[in-house]
Design a binder for this molecule. Structure first.
Ligand code: RUQ
Ligand code: CUA
Length: 663
């Protein structure tokens, strides 16, 4: 197409355009018009370096071709989850999770409103979220592409997303804690979805800060997942009571360490702040000690004790008490330096990597040594709550100096680990030791490469980099600050995802692409091989309820449309297809209760219809086959035109009707 346009230009016009391009380039690298067909000439005109051209070629995804990987990223404050293609870094979907999402009608239909309401706090509706850590379901420690779990830190909630339709099916509100952070993580066969806590508080009611040590508690919650039903079963779930240290990130053991769970913590000082009262501020009070505690949890043992009835019930939820856990070998502590953030288990399950935010080292623990220390009771003491503390020297494998502010680590298949360096704004690549040494053939436990990122990286995600079979290939740096990377859009700046090529383990890492994230602070992401996902193209049958993944009781076939009145209730069974709703007139009396079902009877892919009812604050997205319901009291009289909100056909604007509310 472009070529035709070019042929149509006169030589003079072409020369003029080229000149504009070249002048523009001298003015700052970006040009409006580059008309050459010669890649090198275009690159020169746009001021691109050879590395830029390589990066462009590595990330460009021609129309109609698909990305090799899909990344599920937290949507941060938006309360949603982002679906991003890799390597193109194209945004494919925003999944409504903890907050209403108008385009998808998420939280507007009766069905989805009920799912959202599962996350209410004591009946109070919450309209934002602080989404942190997505976790793909696993089979034998490998992503299986069936479900995605994600936590919401501000209110300690966990959501279940079904990857057959990329929609949220369930939200559970943790009854015992208000905030969480160390979740979600799954056990290698997704029997348990793990939600670690964060800021300690009393499980129930009020207690003053003087009673912090006695009354405040931390916890980690094990949510039982029923894969058949695609739901968490709260009655079969339990929490493990922990000291009021601020538990942080967790990871599930895998392979040799399957059955164990590891969570790091900070504020083992049990500082309670109060800078205004002359106390040390939290950031100082919580950083006094050289060591905090890595929590080592024997999950199998915990489950045995829960099944043996050793729990207490608090607020209707099973809790395995701290004294039982400490006495029965469920819980051990390991000293970990200095306000650590995150613990990551190597793909073989042998090594645990912990980075201290205030320590340039990563500390690597050896799982077998931990087992030996437990068996031989190599304890250096117990904490104030009676939890045995394993002797640091007995369990540590090594420490490596990585750089400033190390945070999170992921892995590739070649025996390399990748750690984010927050203070240094870099990603560092280093070698694992032990059985991994022969894979990379280099010195074990050694830094081999570093690449700068922009700026203040938090998490990083490697393709399948936290499961038992990492792919490597790509790494995404999830940067908190973007500063000067994008056009100035005012004082609030987007975050910056940077795609990095890690495909050549013997060469250096290469920065490929910047993607601004403009709706919140994503924390974590996971990257799955795209062909592991097998989502539906349309719903399996006409009249489908996505919230139950089964036939909707109000499914309506063509010819079955009707309006029925029962006393003050008016119920409508409507169908939608290109380009009309049936019926088109709906008339009620003011004060009537209206129950309105709409079935999209289309079978064509992408033939989604919207349904807007202005004045009553409804918008629905009704995908092919779906039935959705709105329910409300017609408390305003007047005439309300309802219409389709997806430009579905040439006569889309005619896809409308009147809702008449008689006074
Ligand atoms: S976090 S930037 Cu909320 Cu996972 Cu470490
Ligand atoms: Cu249906 Cu527009």
């Amino acid at each position: 197409m472009k070529r035709h346009t070019l042929r149509g230009l006169t030589g003079l016009a072409l020369a003029a355009l080229l000149l504009i391009g070249l002048i523009g380039c001298q003015g700052g690298g970006q040009t409006g018009a580059v008309v050459s067909e010669d890649p090198m000439e275009i690159a020169r005109a746009r001021g691109l370096s050879p590395a830029d051209v390589v990066a462009a070629v590595k990330t460009y995804q021609p129309t109609g071709t698909y990305d090799e990987y899909i990344m599920f990223a937290s949507g941060g404050h938006s309360g949603q989850v982002l679906v991003i293609g890799i390597p193109s870094m194209r945004l494919l979907k925003v999944i409504g999770v903890f907050t209403p999402e108008p385009w998808q009608g998420w939280g507007f239909s009766k069905e989805t409103r009920e799912v959202l309401a599962q996350g209410n706090y004591d009946g109070k509706e919450l309209t934002w979220g602080d989404v942190h850590h997505p976790a793909l379901s696993e089979t034998n420690g490998d992503y299986d592409g069936q479900f995605l779990f994600v936590n919401e830190k501000a209110n300690a909630r966990v959501a279940v997303i079904d990857l057959r339709d990329f929609e949220t099916k369930q939200i559970v509100k943790n009854p015992l804690s208000l905030s969480d952070h160390g979740g979600t993580f799954v056990t290698p066969n997704t029997e348990w979805v793990i939600e670690g806590g964060q800021y300690a508080a009393p499980f129930e009611g009020y207690a003053s800060l003087d009673q912090y040590k006695e009354k405040y508690r931390g916890l980690v919650t094990f949510w039982k997942f029923d894969r058949e039903r695609g739901r968490i079963i709260p009655e079969q779930s339990f929490a493990l009571e922990l000291p009021p240290y601020w538990q942080d990130l967790c990871d599930a053991g895998k392979q040799v360490s399957e059955g164990w769970v590891f969570c790091n913590s900070f504020n083992t000082e049990m500082a309670t702040g109060g800078v205004e009262k002359g106390n040390p501020p939290f950031e100082a009070g919580a950083s006094q000690r050289d060591m905090d505690y890595l929590h080592v949890i024997n999950l199998r043992k915990a489950v045995e004790l829960v099944e043996a009835g050793r729990t207490r019930t608090i607020k209707g939820f099973k809790v395995l008490p701290l004294d039982v856990a400490a006495a029965e070998g469920v819980l051990y502590f390991i000293p970990e330096p200095k306000s650590p953030h995150g613990v990551d288990v190597s793909p073989d399950g042998n090594y645990l990597v912990v980075s201290g935010k205030l320590d340039p080292h990563a500390t690597i623990y050896n799982f077998q040594k931990i087992q030996d220390a437990i068996a031989n009771e190599r304890f250096s003491g117990r904490d104030d709550y009676g939890v045995p503390i394993l002797d640091f020297d007995a369990v540590v494998e090594t420490q490596i100096e990585l750089g400033l502010g190390p945070l999170h680590t992921q892995f590739d298949p070649n025996g390399y680990a990748y750690t984010s360096l927050f203070l240094e704004s870099a990603v560092v690549r280093w070698t694992l030791g032990g059985p991994w040494t022969e894979k990379h053939g280099r010195d074990p436990w050694t830094v081999v490469d570093k690449v700068s990122v922009h700026y203040n990286i938090g998490h990083l995600a490697v393709a399948e980099g936290d499961n038992v079979n990492p792919d490597g290939r790509y790494l995404v740096a999830m940067n908190k600050w973007s500063v000067d990377r994008f056009a100035n859009v005012g004082p609030l700046l987007p975050q910056n995802f940077q795609l990095i090529d890690i495909g050549n383990p013997n060469g250096s890492m290469q920065l490929l692409y910047d993607m601004p994230i403009a709706l919140g602070e994503p924390h974590y992401a996971q990257i799955i091989k795209a062909d592991k996902l097998q989502p539906w193209e349309v719903y399996p049958e006409v009249g489908w309820d996505p919230t139950t993944q089964s036939r909707h009781p109000a499914a309506t076939r063509p010819g079955e449309e009707r309006i029925e009145r029962r006393g003050n209730t008016v119920e409508i069974w409507m169908t939608a297809t290109r380009s009309h709703f049936t019926p088109e007139h709906v008339e009620v009396r003011k004060g009537d209760r209206v129950i309105w079902h709409i079935t999209n009877i289309e079978r064509a892919r992408d033939a989604t219809h919207g349904f807007a009812l202005p004045g009553y604050n409804f918008n629905l997205s009704i995908e092919p086959g779906e039935t959705a319901t709105i329910e409300f009291v017609a408390d305003r009289d007047g005439v309300f035109a309802f219409y389709c909100t997806e430009f579905c056909s040439a006569l889309h604007l005619e896809m409308a009707g009147y809702f008449l509310v008689r006074p």
